[in-house]
Design a protein around this ligand. Structure first.
Ligand code: BES
Ligand code: ZN
Length: 459
């Protein structure tokens, strides 16, 4: 990339940085928590805000209602004959609770040590917004883009993207494109641009165990009535064997082993196990035997308890035999495990191991398929060029343990390759208190994506 050609874009981004940052803060102030109905109006307001911001950037934008939260779509199609690229992101955020653990309020962005702290700063408002601004830079500095672009932003990613697949199916022509680009992930390390080669999928369950119809005195009934909390504990304890392997029958049947060369390449990444452990605060790392930490995160499926509820949990002691117990359990999936297949296996497993004397139900809450990238072709070449230009360092290829359910849908429904290039960092506290994005990454991310349009347009 000739330096002169991108410098006008960088100049625009630098000259406008104060305004851009203020706009980002406005976006972050809107509590678009998709999971909490109390924030439905805020979520709608975030969609409106985003639409206006796309218009300001020079796109034509519209809001599409769904049975859930709206989808915002922006388009610039002023480059007939050139390829079309779709940028996907999400404007909804995770709940901010527990609020008391935030250093500054979650919806009042604050800068500390070069990082912008706010719910959604990195996941995903900041990363979505940097794309809007990279496009704005082209349209403002040059009046055009070298390609046609579509921005598709949903408000339900954090709750499983229930309405997006159907929207894509119903609007296949409108969304037809040559490539999809997504920034909703992290870099491997500060200053180290990273391209994702995989995402895990997800199958999320709520397991309930019902015993008596109401809570009972644990003296008058305990020992003679099966305790649902104990029953649930026993059920959960059957989900792994002693080596950390998931013990649900058939769970690994569709797992495709990673190619030895990819495994080998993963092992050459400079992964600092101790600093990773330090980020977690856990006394020791642990997982499935026979795999490194990165393999456990990127290439192995899991089964985890996300939440547990039963009985008396207030101050002091209350002698009670609870009527029911509930666990939220999720499985991260790897190719070629399918959420529907895991749903059946989980239901069969719970039915098989459930003790007598209680009734169990397994409700499937949501899911998403795992994904592996093909990693070649002009989309990836352009990404490597743009990232190297902006960060002055070659990108590395990394896996990812999280999920973005729609990625596989884009590939299957639109028939296009998907590029995942994120600008978060390890320790960014996504989904947790004190979520942050590095201000430097936000800045360089805008430059990188501005450079990406040139690199892709030229190829
Ligand atoms: N941005 C994440 C996906 C992600 C997670 C990327 C971790 C990189 C690292 C996304 O917003 C997310 O949280 N996805 C959910 C999907 C779920 C709600 C279906 C996830 O992975 O839990
Ligand atoms: Zn998220």
């Amino acid at each position: 990339m000739p330096a002169a050609q991108i410098s006008d874009l960088n100049v625009f981004l630098e000259e406008n940085h104060t305004r851009i940052r203020e706009e980002l803060f406005e976006f972050l102030r809107i509590p678009s928590v998709s999971a909490q109905p109390i924030h439905n109006a805020d979520t709608a307001r975030a969609a409106d805000w985003l639409k206006s911001s796309m218009v300001k950037a020079g796109l034509e934008a519209a809001i599409h209602t769904t049975p859930g939260h709206p989808i915002v779509m922006g388009e610039w199609r002023g480059s007939p004959g050139s390829p079309t690229v779709l940028v996907y992101g999400h404007y909804d955020v995770q709940p901010a609770e527990p609020l008391e653990l935030w250093t500054s309020p979650p919806f009042e962005p604050a800068v500390r040590d070069g990082n912008i702290f706010a719910r959604g700063s990195v996941d995903d408002k900041g990363q979505l917004f940097l794309h809007v601004k990279a496009i704005e830079a082209h349209l403002a500095a040059r009046g055009k883009l070298p390609v046609n672009v579509i921005i598709l932003a949903e408000g339900e990613e954090e709750v499983g993207s229930a309405h997006l697949e159907q929207f894509i199916r119903e609007n296949k022509e409108l969304l037809a494109c040559d490539a999809v680009v997504i920034s909703d992930s992290a870099m491997f390390a500060p200053g180290q641009p990273s391209i994702l080669s995989s995402l895990r999928g997800l199958a999320y369950f709520e397991i309930t165990v019902q015993g008596p119809t109401h809570d009972l005195h644990s003296g008058s009934y305990g020992g003679a009535v099966v305790n649902p909390a104990m029953a649930l504990a026993r059920i959960l304890a059957t989900m792994h064997d002693a080596t950390g392997h998931v013990a649900i029958e058939g769970f690994y049947d569709s797992v495709r082993e990673w190619e030895p060369e990819i495994r080998q390449q993963m092992r050459t990444l400079p992964f600092d196990e101790e600093s990773f452990r330090g980020d977690t605060g856990a006394p020791e790392l642990g997982g499935e035997e026979g795999f490194t930490t990165l393999e456990r995160l990127w290439s192995r499926p899991t089964c985890e308890v996300n939440g547990l509820l039963s009985g008396y949990t207030g101050d002091g002691a209350k002698t009670v035999l609870p009527a029911k117990a509930m666990a939220k359990v999720s499985c991260r999936l790897v190719p070629d495990q399918m959420p529907a297949e895991i749903e059946n296996l989980m239901a069969a497993h719970v039915a098989r191991v459930a003790p007598h004397g209680v009734t169990t139900t397994v409700k499937h809450l949501h899911g998403g398929r795992p994904w592996r990238a093909k990693l070649d072709g002009k989309l990836y070449d352009a990404a490597r060029t743009a990232l190297a230009t902006a960060f002055d360092k070659e990108a590395v290829v990394v896996g990812e343990g999280g999920s973005i359910p729609v990625v596989g849908d884009f590939e299957r429904i639109l028939g296009t390759p998907v590029l995942l290039v994120g600008f978060g960092l390890p320790g960014e506290n996504a989904h947790a208190p004190d979520e942050w994005i590095s201000e430097e990454n936000f800045r360089v991310g805008m430059r990188a994506m501005a450079a990406f349009w040139d690199a892709y347009g030229e190829s």
